[in-house]
Design a protein around this ligand. Sequence first.
Ligand code: GDP
Ligand code: CA
Length: 310
Amino acid sequence: MKVAVLTGGGGGARFLRGLVDAVDPADVTAIVNVGDDLEVLGLSVSPDLDSVVYALAGLADEERGWGRADETWNALASADAFGGESWFRLGDRDIGLHLVRSQALRAGEPLSQVTSRLAAAVGIDPTVLPATDDVLRTWLETPNGTFSFQQWFVARGHRDPVDRVRFEGAAAAHPAPGVVDALHNADLLVVAPSNPYVSIGPILAVDRIRRALERRRIPCIAVSPLIGGRAVKGPAAEMLARMQSGTSPSHVTDCYEGLIDALVFDEADAVHADAVAARGVRPVIARTLMSDADARRRLAEAVLDATAVA
Ligand code: GDP
Ligand code: CA
């Protein structure tokens, strides 16, 4: 069963770890958000791509939720001491990857090609693709001003309420090589339990990716990132409350109008099943908290089981 997954770097990356325990890892393609990408200290950083690669390679720091395990912070401390920027936390091991990517990008290698080299270097079998090789950047419009994603998320601690999300460069962005093929050749499309606005939104802002989902001939199943109306982590609930007027599974469904056939959401939200069904999307109730490897695999299996009847 070939599965193509649209994903960010948090809940999405955890979901992918479960998925590769439930299907042949070589049959999995992750299509990853690049709207969070940025340059820090002259380095090209792709946080979601790296989270996915680190998670699949077993290198991620599970407690912190981002970056690498066994990390040290000497380079950043030194940069700070010399008056360099230190607001965006980059660990020493992480910087090693950024050095390799930055050099390759400067030499003209596309992001997708660099990513595939990095994934091969750590020996992972799933295909990891950026949604696009073009520059696509997420901006947040808030009552306190318009901010780039990392300014809003990291520097300002995602405290500013968001009125609108914009994707700079999206209109001209092409899907990275392999993305459209992966969507067409898949037996199942999955929208990971990622933030609909700032993780999945930038991917869907690439017109040919959105169209591939709209015209799908195979099921597309989304997994809700909210449990009991709350995000497990991050600002998804606040964003839905403000921009979708609610945080129930039906509000998550509304983020993906015309794009999904089923929504997998938590038992805690079972009472909302009818409201999801009323939108023409099949409600699938499961345990969606990915607390350990078993829970991750079981959630992936719930998605695969849902396919059988989707
Ligand atoms: P980001 O790039 O780090 O923002 O990552 P994602 O967008 O992929 O993931 C963030 C989302 O994952 C948040 O909205 C969380 O609520 C969700 N999430 C994290 N852990 C879990 C989990 O165990 N279960 C579910 N259902 N969602 C989760
Ligand atoms: Ca992200």
